[in-house]
Design a protein around this ligand. Structure first.
Ligand code: ADP
Ligand code: MG
Length: 286
């Protein structure tokens, strides 16, 4: 990362840490705003202690779109994604400033209970992390604790529907009582997606959901993301530009905590408007 900072700032003699301290925030270019936003982020700053990891990010996330977040390692993609469902609350030294709303409601307001919030804005992680429970219980657990199901038959139905939506039902319907951890990596990740879906989310956040998977399992998940878009809004962090161009309609390019550029995925990859975006997508650094 240090090499790219130096190259990008065109100051070969400065150290990376000087650059982090000295340079000011870069203005975002492109289409930060959409007509029907599901989430709105305004002037979001994120600090770890006194180090600022996200600088004044303003961005809408549209309804039923897949937005990809790309950029060099350490640029703040995961940090920003975690702001969207207050996952950063778990990190003691982390402080989020600015405003983030879901359907107009400020998710950082004191009245918001983060447990239902994280059901509404679910998250899928890099490494599939099924609970050490049966396939059935992996899905049933959330709806039970959120009070979405009252009877066994309701629970059965949510389990089946969620597994179907995640494209896993046919593969597991005859072994629902077996441990979720016994599935293949790709199946485990679809199980985690099914678990997220089971609690009726509006938005699904995915942080490099395929980075631990082989190409075949990756392509199954990518097809699934495309189907899920009809019902959900999806924000996906990916280090794969091919993946961003395959699954997303909009792409946001981050660099050293700044949102440099956002636009349609087609525009970002064919006609980037910012030199830093161009350098990244053409593989000059990152
Ligand atoms: N828990 C943490 N504590 C302190 N610093 C962190 C923490 N998580 C991330 N950072 C720092 O914030 C910056 C952005 O990191 P991250 O969001 O993980 O980037 P990306 O996902 O783009 O690789 C990096 O400088 C990283 O070292
Ligand atoms: Mg990350």
């Amino acid at each position: 990362m240090e090499a790219s900072q130096t190259a990008v700032n065109g100051a070969a003699s400065a150290t990376a840490s000087q650059l982090l301290v000295d340079r000011s925030h870069r203005e975002t270019i492109g289409q930060q705003f959409v007509e029907n936003p599901r989430m709105t982020c305004r002037n979001v700053d994120v600090y770890y202690g006194d180090k600022r990891a996200i600088n004044n990010v303003t961005l809408d996330i549209g309804s039923n779109e897949v937005i990809a977040m790309i950029g060099p390692s350490g640029c703040g993609k995961s940090t920003f994604l975690r702001c969207l469902n207050r996952m950063n609350d778990y990190i003691d030294i982390c402080r989020v400033e600015g405003e983030i709303r879901l359907d107009g409601q400020n998710i950082y307001s004191g009245e918001v209970d983060v447990v239902p919030l994280r059901a509404m804005i679910g998250m899928v992680f890099q490494k599939p992390n099924p609970f050490p429970k049966s396939i059935y219980d992996n899905i049933a657990y959330g709806p039970k604790i959120h009070g979405l199901v009252a009877t066994k038959s309701e629970t059965d139905e949510v389990v089946e529907t969620s597994l179907k939506k995640a494209g896993l039902w046919e593969e597991v319907k005859d072994r629902l009582d077996q441990p979720g951890t016994g599935l293949s990596g790709g199946q485990q990740q679809r199980l985690c997606i099914a678990r997220t879906i089971a609690v009726n989310p509006e938005v699904i956040l995915m942080d490099e959901p395929c980075s631990a998977l082989d190409p075949i399992a990756t392509s199954v998940i990518e097809d699934l993301i495309d189907e899920l878009r009809e019902q959900y809004t999806i924000a996906i962090v990916t280090h794969s530009m091919q993946q961003a161009s395959r699954v997303s309609q909009r792409t946001a390019y981050f660099h050293l905590g700044d949102l440099i550029e956002v636009g349609t995925t087609d525009q970002i990859f064919t006609r980037p408007g910012h030199q830093l975006t161009e350098d990244y997508i053409t593989g000059r650094f990152g």
